[in-house]
Design a protein around this ligand. Structure first.
Ligand code: FRU
Length: 496
């Protein structure tokens, strides 16, 4: 049954989406097309295709009552928009259908599990908020909320758990049972990830606390994901109000990855390694799926909450997803590289080998704003190398700088000339490991963003850019002398 609220959202999409000039949207990063998006939701395989839902307000480029937008893809690069999947149209979710996840059921239906948010006015006029976990069933386009909602509520919390900060269930199936991790706040006011188990996805039992912040790594822990990878277990979460512990953790709402063995008996992740997931300025709320070929693929909202209060007024959308990334665990670190499907869209190859550079250089055929470029940088030992910079989205007064310092063992990205007003944070510096000073960079540009992959996925860093599209220059600058290899492709994605 389609509610009036859902009908309105779908009608708005039907009228507005065809009016959007395609050149205004990223070529291969998903947006809502119209309106606002935040977290990826329900990233999963359904009937042989990859589905992605997202936090969505279709009617304006700001956060408001949360709907679930919807798209699907066969190859993670070309997305097909589907009609809005859910609206906040029930008494228990009237304040919003917050984040959640999806699985395919044996009977062929798709199950969505999400956080329903409801507000209640107290006698003194103030408001109370309640978050519960709810279900909807569908066929890949239309969804019906479950008559027995909510399926997990305050009664299934551990002692002292918060009924107000209780959200973002990530559901999965394992050995014929269903499991879900949910973010919560402990009595100490800081984050914890709770594990639930169910036989049928309808009745759930609380099992324990997988991991908790204990006021070390931020406060409320949002958007958890939990999976086995390369012999260990990985927990992803997005802590609010992280305290700076640089260079690994910057202040604000950012991301955290915990890696270690999983003690199933005690329901405990034995954390051995912790790291930031992405070292850029725009990356939050990642979610993964397990592809049929065994790859663990992650996608995230390419945005920080701290900078949502500004975006260029001429763009019809706010919020983009990152490129889907293949994950691995190596040497206790989470590695991430763009999905290999991206390579099938490469064209116009330009290759330069063993160029000796000092000072500033442009290379014939190397420019563009939809680009996949690999640069290998080696200091020329005799002369030494202070810094090596790649300037992208360059032209007029604009450019975005990626500056590698073999002396500091860091990469610094500076987007202070990338179209943002001065109050938006513009620089980020992070460590790189560089044997002999050699560093491999892969830079992916797509109109309004840049994603950087360092040393074959050892670190990734995502940035939105609002530089005018005419600024499509790419320049290289060595302070000192470097020997570099450059391999550059255009990325051309035709949409149906
Ligand atoms: C994270 C988040 C989630 C919540 C959603 C609301 O970005 O705050 O915890 O479910 O956004 O839109």
């Amino acid at each position: 049954m389609t509610s009036e609220l859902l009908r309105r959202a779908r009608e708005y999409e039907r009228v507005r989406l065809p009016e959007i000039r395609p050149g205004l949207l990223p070529a291969f990063h998903l947006t809502g097309g119209v309106g606002w998006i935040n977290d990826p939701n329900g990233f999963s395989v359904y009937r042989g295709e990859y589905h992605l839902f997202f936090q969505y307000y279709p009617f304006g480029t700001y956060w408001s009552s949360m709907h679930w937008g919807h798209a699907k893809t066969k190859d993670f690069i070309r997305w097909e928009r589907l009609p809005c999947a859910m609206a906040p149209d029930e008494p228990y979710d009237g304040y919003g259908c917050f984040s959640g996840s999806a699985v395919e059921l044996d009977d062929g239906r798709q199950l969505l599990m999400y956080t329903a948010v409801r507000k209640e006015r107290r006698e003194d006029g103030s408001e109370d908020e309640f978050q519960t976990q709810c279900l909807a069933f569908g066929d890949g386009t239309d969804y019906e909320k479950y008559a027995g909602n909510p399926v997990i509520s305050a009664g299934e919390l551990p002692a002292g758990g918060s009924a107000r900060d209780f959200r973002d269930p990530k559901i999965w199936r394992e050995d014929g049972r269903y499991y879900a991790v949910v973010g919560n706040r402990c009595p100490d006011g800081t984050g914890a990830i709770l594990l639930y188990e169910s036989e049928n996805a309808l009745r759930w039992q609380y099992r324990g606390i997988l991991a908790a912040s204990a006021d070390r790594r931020g406060r409320m822990w949002e958007c958890p994901d939990f999976f086995a990878l390369d012999g260990l277990h990985v927990l992803l979460t997005s802590p609010q109000e992280m305290r700076a512990d640089e260079p690994e953790f910057i202040q604000g709402n950012t991301t955290l990855c915990l890696i270690g063995p999983y003690d199933r008996e005690r329901v405990r992740l034995e954390t051995e390694h912790e790291q930031t997931i992405d070292y850029g300025l725009d990356f939050y709320a990642p979610q993964t799926l397990l592809a049929p070929d065994g790859r663990r693929i992650m996608i995230a909202w390419m945005q920080f909450w701290d900078s949502v209060n500004w975006h260029p007024p001429e763009l019809p959308f706010f919020g983009q997803m990152t490129l889907p990334r293949e994950l691995r665990v190596r040497n206790g670190r989470l590695y991430q590289m763009p999905v290999r499907e991206l390579e099938t869209y490469r064209s116009a190859k330009k290759e330069y080998r063993s160029l000796i550079l000092s000072g500033e250089t442009e290379l014939e055929g190397v420019r563009g704003r939809c680009v996949d470029m690999i640069v290998l940088i080696r200091p020329e030992t005799e002369d030494g190398l202070d810094t090596f910079s790649i300037h992208v989205a360059a032209g007029g007064s604009f450019d975005t700088e990626i500056r590698y310092s073999p002396i500091r063992h860091t990469i610094l990205v500076d987007r202070s000339r990338s179209g943002f007003p001065p109050h938006i944070r513009s620089t980020r510096e992070f460590p790189v490991s560089a044997e002999d000073g050699t560093v491999a960079l892969r830079v992916i540009l797509d109109r309004w963003s840049m994603e950087l992959f360092v040393n074959h996925g050892e670190r990734a860093a995502s940035f939105t850019l609002y530089t005018p599209q005419e600024a499509d220059g790419i320049r290289f600058r060595a302070r000192g002398t470097a020997r570099i290899d450059v391999e550059k492709y255009d990325l051309e994605i035709e949409h149906e």
